[in-house]
Design a protein around this ligand. Sequence first.
Ligand code: NAD
Ligand code: TYD
Length: 357
Amino acid sequence: MKNVLVTGGAGFIGSNFIHHLLRAERDVSVVNLDALTYAGNPDNLQDVADDPRYSFAQGNICDAEFVEGLLRERQVDTIVHFAAETHVDRSILGPRQFIETNVIGTFTLLEAARKFWLQEKTLPLESVRFHHVSTDEVFGSLAPGEPAWTEETPYAPNSPYAASKASSDHLVRAYGHTYKLPYTITNCSNNYGPYQFPEKLIPVIILNAMEGKPLPVYGDGQQIRDWLHVEDHCEAIHLVLKRGAPGSTYNIGGENQPANLTIVETICDILDEIHPESPHKPHRNLIQFVTDRPGHDRRYDMDTHKISTELGWRPRHSLTQGLLDTVQWYLSHPEWVTAIRQKHEYQGWMEANYKSR
Ligand code: NAD
Ligand code: TYD
């Protein structure tokens, strides 16, 4: 792992991963390929912008010529593929971009890697790796008491987002099977932590609560996600890159499965505690049950036995401490928050998603 191409590195997990990699590896060069969609934010990488090991290339993963040029120019040996459209609610209101980026974009990257690594044989095959970052949502939804998903569980994606990620996973596997492209895939549960775009549950709740706005809980709030701190996710991906067997997939999960309502109430309690003078106290009074998401998955749960026994990975963050740190991160980065929230696109999205609920 010398010359790493990170796609989607200006987003939430990608930017945390770049920070992690530059901290963990001394002799590594990282190029961040990102289209800077609404979710991409160069501010996330401000503190590494001057690091000579880091560079930024603005471009679209669907642009084959651009991607191939970058692989060749940087002699890329490792691709860590985060770039995607990621928000389920947006995929319900407008699925097309999810097919473009998540399916066609992944296909374009795979083709570029096949050409550069397998056809032109530019680098020794044992030194290259295509790592695809995917989600637990490809497995569908669990009923109460059903066992957690393993790497062998058949895919049953329910939302356009999940279906587009499932398609991209299948393409990666197919390139491994047919062309012998050395790949790994990780399917991860819901992440939280610094730099998460404020359209997802946890930052929406933190920011609304701070301002005394309603806290929108979809349906009965009893849906269950398996929450993982983003740093734990980054450590897991790094480990898979170093020690994961080519052709393998690994489940990653947080071993934390509270209902959404519990997450929201915990954030309220944290704010009550650290902001005792807040006029919005008790923040729980701001909770508002709103119309459910169509086709809302009820429960996710990841069996992480494989990654823990094969690679020795386990999440290090407790949800209690991780949520407290995350609330404090948003409180201490008002410029980051304001820069996003004053954008027209963001305001338009919040209006479109919440107005009619
Ligand atoms: P994000 O929405 O915060 O960031 C996505 C990034 O991809 C942005 O920087 C955006 O500009 C970039 N991008 C989008 N389309 C692009 C294109 N066509 N070309 C180049 N760049 C493009 O996403 P995230 O939450 O950081 O998720 C990253 C990856 O992790 C995704 O593949 C997602 O499916 C997966 N994942 C996320 C979670 C989660 O809880 N956030 C959980 C499991 C898996
Ligand atoms: P989200 O953060 O959008 O992630 P995902 O849909 O990928 O799991 O949502 C997490 C859970 O929170 C999900 O069950 C939907 C729910 N949710 C709300 O109840 N209110 C909200 O405003 C949002 C954004 C999500």
